[in-house]
Design a protein around this ligand. Sequence first.
Ligand code: CDP
Length: 233
Amino acid sequence: MTPIIIAVDGYSSSGKSSMAKRLAREIGYRYVDSGAMYRAVTLWAMRNGLVRPDGSIKEDTLIASLPEIHIDFKVDSNGQSTLLNGENVEHEIRTLEVSSHVSPVAAIPAVRHSLVLKQQEFGNKKGIVMDGRDIGTTVFPDAEMKVFVTASPETRAERRYKELTDKGIDTTFDEVLSNVNERDRIDETRAESPLRRADDAILLDNSNMTVEQQSQWLKDLYNQIISRHENSK
Ligand code: CDP
């Protein structure tokens, strides 16, 4: 079967990473979490004093430093981890502190250009599932399968709150909900590649679906698209 590109975009904490990862495993595709790349750049900025106390970013220094920031992924028995200049930062990039600075970093056009190029390189042989905010619109506008995932902000915050507390991270539901709302606002209103559904993306509102149901929905859609793709050759 000819490999295709699968773009899964959507709102923060909508469960898109879990479903994308699972589909990739089931069909033997590579999975790339583009959000982890923006998170890793944010962590680098935080560690290097480029986030001011008011939350604004020292953009010029960050842009000049981009050639020094290398992001990659490794897969082992613990699953997939994000590497920042060779260091495994998978746990650190998921904290609420990184979440609270990532959207302003991701709004910087030069940061986006650099990461989009890297993401396109990951997909140059197809056979990839990538999740994010602009995969179906900017990174792979010709992707054969595009999905846009959403759920109510409260549902998404509840899921993220559970995920963080399960990992032992100390936070409150209100803190998580306000981060979800704030990131949605910044992601939707930025000038460069704002979060929006591509015209040809299939919408999934998974507010009332279990993880199992949404994974099955995605697999069924993949099967339909792949059979159409094969028949059209
Ligand atoms: O927390 P969640 O899994 O929803 O978000 P993420 O996928 O880890 O992405 C973190 C942040 O990175 C988002 O809130 C966006 O600001 C940014 N992002 C982006 O701008 N473009 C992407 N393709 C992926 C993420």
